[in-house]
Design a protein around this ligand. Structure first.
Ligand code: ZN
Length: 390
């Protein structure tokens, strides 16, 4: 553990931080895969130095450089191609439409990606929706009785006029280098309006606490818990209306908030969280050793091994485990990622249909949350092999 005297917490501005986990040469991009193997091998890498704030309990990467991550057209980290996640998104849409009484309302989604969520909301309620994202295609669409406008940009103060009744932001705040400044800007843009906010985010600290060692990746610079995300909102000038786990996706947290005055949280007991952070590195070393031995054994037994999933966890696994070059290819259900290459490791991403002709002996699942739907897909493809979760 190293105390950091030259950094401040980007959630509470405290200066009592300690560093508990470091990775070098981690692929910087997980949303944009490379179109050639050469481009993949030469892709940019960054450094991960996770620091824990002893004042508020927030964890972030103090070495994060947002310029290394390309949020350009073609970026596609969407999980909606997973049947399980598609059902979860449908449940989320119903909950949003009912809880926020969206009929006839105006909505802004920050970081809408390819607008899967907004399109679905537009089909379930008559709304005026705007999505903003540097990777989206500009469009003005009529969906049923709803209007949807997509703007290709990151959010700026000048977008004040886009704010209406509800702001939605899903899987974005984990990747924002200065999350407090971002929420303070949003608070200032809202002004006196009675705008509600609905944020969903990955429970990054929960992953650290559970020893989910492939979870940290470069794009994800912030590792919130329910407590630290609520503190952040209060500090930026919002009241928490409700918060908790997303019912259909337990590794995600949600926060519903409304504009208020900034509030400073009291002293927090962080003993348990500090212990969780301190044991993360030894857990990672243990898992890397285990999987390196496993891959060596599979290789000695002439097994054809594939990895399922091309997201952050898969990219971390391929970057960290010695011997992962023996893995034949990576499988992903997202057609926008198939035919492309994983940054740094250069593995090709193939479809489940292509996997069938590859006659795999072993499939390693990078994210155990999808194990049952992957096993169903293998059954559908008539593939029989050993399936293990990393
Ligand atoms: Zn802090």
């Amino acid at each position: 553990m190293t105390n950091l005297s030259d950094h401040r917490c980007v959630a509470c501005e405290g200066v009592d931080l300690f560093e508990f986990y470091q990775l070098t040469h981690l692929p910087a991009d997980t949303g944009s895969l490379a179109s050639t193997k050469q481009e993949a091998v030469e892709s940019l890498s960054g450094e991960l130095r996770l620091a824990f704030c002893r004042t508020c309990g927030f964890v972030h990467n103090v070495a994060f450089n947002p310029d290394l991550v390309r949020y350009s057209l073609g970026y596609d980290a969407s999980l909606c191609h997973s049947p399980g996640l598609a059902i979860a998104m449908n449940d989320s849409v119903h909950a949003l439409v009912n809880d926020h009484q969206l009929e006839g309302r105006s909505i802004l989604e920050i970081g809408c990606g390819q607008a899967h969520l907004l399109r679905s909301i537009c089909q379930h309620a008559s709304v005026k929706a705007v999505g903003i994202d540097p990777t989206t295609l500009e469009a003005e669409l009529q969906i049923g009785t709803s209007q949807l406008r997509l703007i290709r940009s990151s959010l700026q103060e000048s977008h004040r006029e886009l704010i209406g009744d509800l702001i939605i932001c899903v899987s974005v705040i984990e990747d924002i280098a200065e999350p407090l400044s971002f929420l303070q800007m949003l608070r200032s843009m809202i002004g006196d309006r009675k705008t509600s906010l609905h944020f969903e985010l990955f429970d990054g600290f929960g992953a650290i606490d559970a020893g989910s060692v492939w979870s940290p990746h470069y794009e994800q610079c912030n590792y919130f818990s329910e407590s630290t995300i609520c503190h952040l909102f209060r500090r930026a000038g919002f009241n928490i209306v409700r918060s908790g786990r997303v019912p259909s996706c337990s590794s995600y947290l949600y926060v519903d908030a409304e504009p208020s005055e900034p509030q400073l949280p009291g002293v927090v007991d962080l003993k348990e969280q500090i212990l969780a952070a301190e044991r993360f590195e030894s857990e990672t070393r243990k898992q890397i050793h285990h999987w390196s031995s496993q891959l060596h054994q599979f290789s000695s037994d002439h097994k054809r091994v594939f990895l399922w999933g091309s997201g952050g966890k898969a990219i971390s696994f391929l970057s960290l485990v010695p011997g992962s070059d023996s893995i034949e290819a990576v499988v992903d259900v997202n057609p926008n990622r198939q035919g492309l290459y994983i940054p740094k490791s250069g593995h090709l991403v193939i479809s489940p249909e292509e996997l069938r002709s590859e006659r795999p002996d072993v499939i390693i699942i990078s994210n155990p949350a999808y194990q049952s739907e992957i096993e169903l897909e293998l059954l559908r493809q008539g593939i029989e092999c050993l399936v293990v979760a990393a």
